[in-house]
Ligand binder design. Structure first.
Ligand SMILES: O=C(O)CCC(=O)C(=O)O
Length: 270
């Protein structure tokens, strides 16, 4: 259970760290299963691409950072399927957003030692826009994550501005224009964490993180959950997150993890 103060912090600041939300045993199982998933199915890349790299990295690092991203670890590991219903995590999410809750995504962001990629300032909203604010990202730390390993940095209170215009396009990950939104221009606070800690943040909170310069991996997994009342917006016809015209619910991410989804959809036109 979150305290009133913790809930108030999330509402005011747009983020909240809950130390040791996962027990050491739970984290150990998830971390070792994730290493197995990475070893068998993972692929290294340089990380997010785009013009932002010129503004965040020196010439040598621009092409040499490393990252492993992995969507849907439950495709490979039952432990990662069970965790979607993790009682302590879901009970926190229930306190942060109204009504029944549905799972939206699970994604690993792993920064390998020494050259682990940074992330530019951005909101998560443009990655999966929906028609309301009740969308919580939950970042589970599978490793100790001190500042030097590229800990999460957030801009407190930035979620209150709502969705901001991002640099978009086929050759870039969505990011905020660096002329206005850059760590040199906009203050942010570091949220270092330990293995088993979880950081909750609104998908409208501006955040970023630096390179991992340590000699250890920095792996974290983001779960996205939202109110069942939210609908995806601004998605193309063929986008899997789009609600089907025949009132069939989203096929890919319609797992209700808390409460009951009432049928409030318009009847299909015959
Ligand atoms: O893991 C991080 O440091 C940041 C990842 C990120 O930007 C995100 O989860 O949207």
């Amino acid at each position: 259970m979150l305290s009133k103060e913790q809930i108030a912090q999330y509402r005011e600041q747009g983020y909240l760290k809950v130390p040791q939300l996962f027990t050491p045993e739970e984290t150990e199982e998830l971390a070792s299963e994730m290493v197995r998933v990475i070893e068998q199915w993972g692929q290294e890349s340089i990380g997010w691409v785009g013009p932002w790299r010129d503004r965040y990295l020196d010439e040598e690092d621009r092409l040499n950072t490393r990252a492993v991203f992995m969507h849907n670890p439950h495709f490979y590991s039952a432990a990662w399927g069970r965790v979607l219903f993790h009682e302590a995590m879901i009970s926190c999410v229930r306190q942060l957003i109204d009504g029944p809750v549905q799972w939206h995504h699970t994604v690993l962001h792993a920064k390998p030692p020494e050259k682990g990629t940074p992330f530019p300032m951005h909101q998560d909203y443009p990655f999966y826009p929906h028609d309301g604010p009740d969308f919580v990202d939950c970042l589970l730390h599978l490793d100790d994550t001190p500042l030097e390993s590229g800990a999460l940095m957030v801009v407190p209170g930035s979620h209150k501005q709502g969705p901001l215009e991002h640099v978009l396009g086929p050759d870039t990950a969505p990011h905020l224009p660096p002329e206005r939104f850059h760590p040199d221009r906009l203050d942010s606070v570091a949220v270092p964490a330990e293995r088993g800690d979880m950081i909750f943040f609104s998908y409208q909170t501006i955040h970023w993180s630096d390179c991992n310069r340590t000699d250890s991996w920095r792996k974290s997994v983001r779960f996205g959950y939202h109110s069942t009342a939210l609908r995806p917006v601004g998605r193309a016809e063929d986008n899997p997150h789009r609600i089907d015209q025949d009132n069939v619910l989203d096929r890919n991410n319609n797992i209700v993890v808390a409460g009951f989804r009432d049928n409030d959809l318009e009847p299909a036109a015959s």
